[in-house]
Design a protein around this ligand. Structure first.
Ligand code: 13P
Length: 246
């Protein structure tokens, strides 16, 4: 039985005061029976760590460098994330693939760098609206995952995978539970072919998950929780979503 995981992706939102209020709200709202984490902007990781001391809420980052260290101005290494106590790092979010031209191979290299430092990569895959309408959903997500499988080889069982259809992110358009389930089943089959551990791996759904649709999504057999954007910025909404992942 896989334990559900709900991760808040704060993206580039918040400030010290609003973060403190949000984290205080989460401390009050928990605990939940699912695993819960927040992935916060780099400058706020250390304060988040302090605010969550002794709490059953994990934290992490939204990206990391594929490099170990060196002359890479502006980059943050996975060793640094581990040093700060990060449990997770999101890699390959569609916003980074689209706005920072991240390739499948770069995403895979970032996942490898994270694992090397004991930080669990949450690897995002997902198709655009044009790709879905062209009937390419499976081809696209399988290609994105294949690069990670090829690069991580026997360590693939240690990642968390997130299916985030690009057309559902921040749009209010959610994949139906059936649409999401069918892609999750494809991804789990692909993972199973690469590792015997796919039954124990968590595949999250992301894209306009809200308090009123979370339970139906999380009830699907291959949906093991969610990666939450907008609704993760309100303690009340995020808490309802975490509770829906029982
Ligand atoms: P929204 O929940 O705002 O659609 O964002 C989803 C997402 O991109 C999480 O990584």
């Amino acid at each position: 039985m896989r334990k559900k995981l709900v991760v808040g992706n704060w993206k580039m939102h918040g400030n010290r005061a609003s973060n403190a209020a949000l984290l205080a709200g989460l401390r009050e709202a928990g605990p939940w029976s699912a695993d819960v984490a927040v992935c916060v902007p780099f400058p706020y990781i250390a304060e988040t760590a302090l605010a969550l001391t002794g709490q059953a809420i994990a934290f992490g980052a939204q990206d990391c460098s594929a490099h170990e260290q060196g002359a890479f101005t502006g980059e943050v290494s996975s060793a640094m994330l581990a040093d700060l106590g990060c449990r997770y790092v999101i890699v390959g979010h569609s916003e980074r693939r689209a706005f920072h031209a991240e390739s499948d191979q770069l995403v895979a290299d970032k996942a490898k760098a994270a694992l090397a430092h004991g930080v669990t990569p949450i690897v995002c895959v997902g198709e655009t609206l044009a790709e879905r309408e062209a009937g390419q959903t499976e081809t696209v997500v399988k290609r994105q995952l294949a690069a990670v499988i090829h690069t991580l080889t026997h360590c693939i069982g240690e990642i968390v995978l997130a299916y985030e259809p690009v057309w559902a992110i921040g749009t209010g358009l959610t994949a139906s539970p059936e649409q999401a389930q069918s892609v999750h089943a494809v991804l789990r089959k692909q993972l199973q072919a690469a590792t015997q551990k796919a039954d124990a791996m968590r595949i999250l759904y992301g894209g306009s998950v809200k308090p009123d649709n979370a339970a139906q999504l999380f009830a699907m057999p291959d949906i093991d929780g969610g990666l939450i954007g907008g609704a993760a910025l309100k303690a009340g909404d995020f808490s309802v979503i975490c509770r829906a992942a029982a």
